[in-house]
Design a protein around this ligand. Sequence first.
Ligand code: ACM
Ligand code: ZN
Length: 554
Amino acid sequence: MRKMLIFLPVLLLIFAGCDKNSTESAQSVPAIIPAPLSLTPGKGHFRFTTRTRIIIPAGDNEARLAAGLLASLAGNPSGAVPEIIEGEKAARGSVFMAYDPQITNAEGYVLDISSKQIKISAGTAAGLFYAVQSLRQLMPPEVEKDQMVEGFAVKVPACVIRDEPAFSYRGMHLDVGRHMFPVAEIKKYIDILALHKMNTFHWHLTEDQGWRIEIKKYPRLTEVGAFRNETVIGHAGRPPLKYDGTRYGGFYTQEEVKEVVAYAKERFITVIPEIEMPGHALAALAAYPELSCTGGPFEVATKWGVHQEIFCAGKEETFTFLQDILTEVFALFPGTYVHIGGDEAPKARWEKCRLCQKRIKDEGLADEHELQSYFIQRIEKFLLANGKKLIGWDEILEGGLAPEATVMSWRGIKGGIAAAKEKHDVIMTPNSHVYLDYYQAEPAGEPLAIGGYLPLEKVYSFNPLPAELTPEEQKHILGVQGNVWTEYISTPEHMEYMAFPRAFAIAETGWTPDRLKDFEDFLARLEVQKKRYDALSINYFKGEYRNTRAAATK
Ligand code: ACM
Ligand code: ZN
């Protein structure tokens, strides 16, 4: 069914030609991504001048974050950084930020722009911040560069936006285990997520090919586990395999982790750390082989894929070790959720291990799947005792879910459906739609990727709410997340190329109700925002956005 084209065409008509200087200083067409719930055009423009002030509630440091972002954007090209003042009444020519208890959605806002003033209301500081992100996308792209432009005035078109997200969880993941990226790039990624009103950064910190977070109690995790001797060249699924002979590695110190978490917090983004267990643990086992079933020795993995060596579930030392690590992780990441992986853990070693088999017998477990469930449940108890909540990939359904676990459904949506039916919270991140390591266009013209075919149109089409679920069950679908696995992505430029603009489509899926989503409208807004992405030096993909395979089979 064709949906209404609600935003762009109407506004194009209204704004076309209404301001002769518009290209010089104002974005002529509101083209906000993700699309807001409602946008009513007004008359004329608001103009930032040397006298513009931003008024925030007295003593409110969180509102000051939103105001600070706006002030720096407005000040960039004009040189006139608006002053932020506290506790005054709304005044002509000013931007007035205030809380409104009527706005009950924790991230909702109203942005009311007239030629005389801008009024921003929200229930929380996050709402004020998202209003500023919308206002930002109405500003000309010059605001994104820390560069004065002679005689430049920043203008925004008058309109009223009433907005709130469809889902409370809107996230992007990044795998830094296979390849890592500098802290500056992680911050850039976080900034891009915030621009699109995403509120979660899932930081995949440990892998077979590299352990990337400093743990003070176990220094060998980074001395040994953070470095691999070489890396497979080309696709790891196409033998004969060749290796580059070059040592690769590195890790984030705890100080750097704190810096990233604080940076994200100022942008209303929660960072969820992922510490993989019981599988994807070869780097940790290379450092501490005594925690495996066989005792090793092992090397940090040099090729991609699923590895047989996993943590031994029969040894008490394994749990002491992981709990010690998690204790350090809790101190670094103030958010509620901790992701413990749980995916792709082959059971071959457990089947042959005397201690794992003894555990199965002692605990009255049926098989190795129930042993994995025992493992995850034990870790969940530890998390809950520390005020944290567990997230795991959908394999944690096998052998029985831990009582309070949240499930990330990645092998399609079926795991998510099963978990929601069991009244567990779910984050939808299916490889059928939001795996951004998959090809985004015909492979022949693209850099090597893991496989698949997920053009922007297909990513955009995802609806996180499966029709199979009742409205009550659907309440367990917290939201959506895109995943960026980096086996075949080794540089920041390539990472951005794979992630964007597909992540913007995911941001819209998380924010805009499905009934208001429209791909053609999204594409038109994307075209407008490209100037901003260029100003921000985002290396987004510029090729074919449509699902050409779908067209070919029509
Ligand atoms: C996954 O892609 N192995 C969660
Ligand atoms: Zn074992």
